[in-house]
Design a protein around this ligand. Structure first.
Ligand SMILES: *Cc1c(COP(=O)(O)O)cnc(C)c1O
Length: 406
C-alpha cells in the first residue's frame, strides 16, 4: 500500500528538493532548504566565465553587508576561516588573550590558538547561556586584546555591556554570530554591534553556500586586511589584475587560500532572498514550542531577553531530571528512538581533551556552562519543518516528560 502511494507521488510531482528523506523516520535537528531557484543560480555561474573569485563574490558580500547593516563584508571558505580572518584582522598574536564563552563550538576559541594567542574562558548567563559580562570583566588581564561574543542559539549577547567593557579597556569586540544572522539587540541588527561580526553558511545555518563564511565590519581597514589574508597575503586579487591588464602582485603578509567561489556565492545570494521568510518560520516554530512547553514541568526552554529578537538557529531546552524522572542522556535516547533528531550544543570548550591538555583547563572553571551542559537538548528547528513535524516533536517531548515517576 505505502509503496504504491510513494511511487504515484513521485510520478505526479516534480521532486521536492532537499527535504529530509521521507523514508527516514528521523526529524533532524537542522536541515537546509534548497529550491529550484537556488539550483538555477548555481547552474548559471557554471556556464559563465568566472567560477571562483568573480562578480558573484562581491555581490554576495554586498548583499550580506546590506542585510546586516554594515559597510563591508569579506567572504571566505567557511565560518571557521571567517573567525580566523577576524582574529587576524584584530591583530591577535602570541601573548595576547581573547575572552571566549565556555558554551560555544570549539571554533570560537580555536581561531585564537591558530594565531598563537590564548583563549580565556568566561562563564555564561544562567538564563540564556550567552557570555556573562561580569565574568568577562573578571577575566581581564593586561594581556587581554579582544572579547569574542557568541550569540548562542541566535540570542544576541548583552552588547551594551560588552561594548562598554571593550571601550573602557581598549579591546576589540568580535562577534561569532554563526547562529544569529537576522537577530537584533535593542532594535539594532547583529552585524552592527561588534567591530567584526562573523557568519557561517554551513547547511545547518540560516543561509547556506555548502561551506562558507563571512566577516562584516564598518571598518574599511579591517576589511582590507581580511581580503589580503584570505588570498595568500597577496594585495590584489586575480580579477582586479585581469581588469588592470597586469601580472604584477606582491605578497605582503602570510595569508591562506580561504576564498569562497562564485558558484557558492550565487547559491548564497539566492538563499538570502528567502531569509526573511525562513526567519519568520523559525520564530513561528519557536512560538509553538514555547506555548507547548509552558505547560510541561521539567522541560524548560532557555529564556529570551526582552531586549532581543531571536534568530532561532537552535531551540534549546533544559530537562529537569527531578521532574521527569530521567536525566538528559536518557531523554536523548528516548527521543532519538521516537525519531526526534535531538542533539546537544555544546560540550563546554574548556572540557575538551585538547584544551585540558594544552591549556590546563578543567571542570569547575565555568560552573554555569558545565551545569547547563548536563541538562540541555536541542530540538529540531529548521524552516522546512511542517506543522505535523512540529506536532510530532511536541508530542514526543510530552510523552517523555509525562512518563515521570509519580
Ligand atoms: C557553525 C559554527 C562555527 C563554524 O562555522 P563553519 O562554517 O562550520 O566553519 C563557528 N562558531 C559557531 C558558534 C558555529 O555554530
Amino acid at each position: 500500500m505505502r509503496k504504491k502511494e510513494t511511487t504515484r507521488r513521485r510520478k505526479s510531482r516534480t521532486p521536492r528538493l532537499s527535504r529530509p528523506a521521507k523514508t527516514a523516520a528521523m526529524i533532524p535537528y537542522a536541515h537546509q532548504s534548497i529550491d529550484e531557484a537556488d539550483v538555477r543560480a548555481v547552474a548559471e555561474v557554471l556556464r559563465s566565465d568566472w567560477i571562483t573569485t568573480g562578480p558573484k563574490v562581491q555581490e554576495f558580500e554586498e548583499a550580506i553587508a546590506a542585510f546586516a547593516g554594515t559597510r563591508a563584508g569579506v567572504a571566505v571558505s567557511n565560518g571557521t576561516a571567517a573567525l580566523h580572518a577576524a582574529a587576524y584582522a584584530a591583530g591577535i598574536g602570541p601573548g595576547d588573550e581573547v575572552i571566549v564563552p565556555a558554551m560555544t563550538f570549539a571554533a570560537s576559541a580555536n581561531c585564537v590558538l591558530y594565531l598563537g594567542g590564548t583563549p580565556v574562558f568566561a562563564d555564561v548567563l544562567e538564563r540564556s547561556l550567552v557570555i556573562d559580562p561580569a565574568q568577562v570583566e573578571a577575566k581581564l588581564t593586561p594581556r587581554t586584546k579582544a572579547i569574542m561574543a557568541v550569540d548562542y542559539t541566535g540570542h544576541p549577547c548583552d552588547y551594551d555591556a560588552l561594548r562598554s567593557i571593550a571601550d573602557r579597556h581598549g579591546l576589540l569586540l568580535i562577534a561569532d554570530a554563526a547562529h544569529a544572522l537576522g537577530a537584533e539587540y535593542k532594535g539594532r541588527k547583529v552585524g552592527t554591534l561588534a567591530d567584526l561580526t562573523m557568519f557561517s553558511f554551513h547547511p545547518v545555518k540560516h543561509v547556506t553556500t555548502g561551506e562558507g563564511g563571512m566577516v562584516v565590519t564598518d571598518d574599511p581597514e579591517l576589511a582590507d586586511r581580511m581580503r589580503i589574508f584570505r588570498n595568500h597575503g597577496i594585495s590584489t586579487d586575480a580579477r582586479v589584475r585581469a581588469e588592470k591588464g597586469t601580472w604584477y602582485y606582491e605578497m605582503v603578509d602570510l595569508g591562506y587560500n580561504y576564498r569562497l567561489t562564485d558558484i557558492q556565492c550565487a547559491l548564497g545570494i539566492s538563499q538570502l532572498r528567502k531569509l526573511p521568510r525562513a526567519l519568520a518560520r523559525r520564530r513561528a516554530i519557536a512560538a509553538r514550542y514555547d506555548e507547548a512547553f509552558a505547560r510541561l514541568p521539567g522541560i524548560e526552554p532557555l529564556s529570551v531577553s526582552p531586549d532581543v529578537r531571536h534568530a532561532y538557529h537552535l531551540y534549546v531546552v533544559r530537562v529537569d531530571p527531578a521532574r521527569i524522572g530521567m536525566d538528559r542522556d536518557a531523554a536523548f535516547r528516548v527521543l532519538r528512538e521516537k525519531g526526534i533528531g535531538v542533539n546537544v550544543h555544546y560540550i563546554p570548550v574548556h572540557l575538551h581533551p585538547y584544551y585540558r591538555t594544552r591549556l590546563g583547563t578543567h571542570t569547575g572553571m565555568c560552573p554555569v556552562a558545565e551545569a547547563a551542559y548536563q541538562r540541555i537538548l536541542s530540538l529540531p528547528m529548521y524552516p522546512a519543518m511542517t506543522d505535523a513535524d512540529v506536532r510530532r516533536v511536541i508530542d514526543a517531548v510530552g510523552q517523555v516528560a509525562r512518563a515521570r515517576v509519580p
